[in-house]
Write a protein that binds this ligand. Sequence first.
Ligand SMILES: [Zn+2]
Length: 382
Amino acid sequence: MRFEISKVLDAIEGRVCTDPSLARAVVDLAEVIRWQDLDGGRPASLLRLGMVIDALSRQLEEDSVPVYAIVHRALLSDADLTSNERMVVRRWADDGLVEVLDQPGDRMLEVADLLGLPVLSRVRFDGLGGRWPWLGQAGRVLAPVPGAGGPVFIAHVGGGQTPASGSRSPAGAKLLARQWRCPEPGCALFGGGGGGGAFADLARVDRAPAGQPPPTLRNGVPSCPRHGARLGDAGPRPRTAVLAVRIGGLVRRRFVLTETQPVLVGRAPDATGGVVLGQWLNDEARRWISRNHVRFELRVGEVIVTDTSTNGSGVRPGGSMAEPDRIPLAPQQSRVLGDGDLVELYPGVQIGRADEVISDAKFSPTSVMAEAPTMAMRLPRP
Ligand SMILES: [Zn+2]
């Protein structure tokens, strides 16, 4: 039993990140773990985060949606959590997968404002609509409450049922155009090296060097939300492109491409940071798709795909599913991705720019909870 729970916690770990390009909603972990009515269990449980992430996944009709979690430092020693749960949260903190703060204050709302993300919270935020006008918009603040088959979202503020993203605020756009450096040694959020620890572990959401969280603004000065220190400007943030993998009509995951970091996609890529498709493929697709099937690169803002497979792939120009339109991509051949183009590794397995790839089949999400055994099974590589 203990072993199973730690597998589930590992699966949840792959769904927390502070990467502005990947996070899809903001949560306050201290609040989420105490929603006892979700399962009627212990006073505090980290598994409730998994339930909320699953609910978000159902609502967005997309697998693998990560959340941006704000964590009060007291949680690292909260006696209502199991020692295993406390250890897991500490690991997330050390790896910069979550933001740990002494005084979270309204950092959750600041992050939501800077990144344009919805907030999942039961708090009503009375009197804060003047400072954060988007609080009144439909879908920007939703409260996860018990429902049939898991949490559902209702509006305490604003209205709506489906989480809605806005655009980054002007301050957010400015902050996210630069890279920042914290003077505190070993800062997990704004340190040097861009999260090597996370790169070393394929089970986690990949943290690109461009995946730094947004600084906090203290009297208008970009500061480290963890250490309070003024951040140094470390130059322009690398350009990024966010791509999405659609399998069987459903978006299964997104990944970030930067100009310094090509990404391999395939059945089970060799390189760290590669996008593993194996767990979503049937036997035929597994036989066809190579371990390293295609490589994506970002060069001067253009997405370039190179086939690295045995069997080849194809490009669907403008997303056209008409067979005569399909352009074959032979092994070792490269191509610049045009607007709306989809790379097809196998019928029904497509990759394109995230804002151009939508789920178009009835959604049957791979639960974060149910995924745990799969993750263990795919460790030995064929
Ligand atoms: Zn810091």
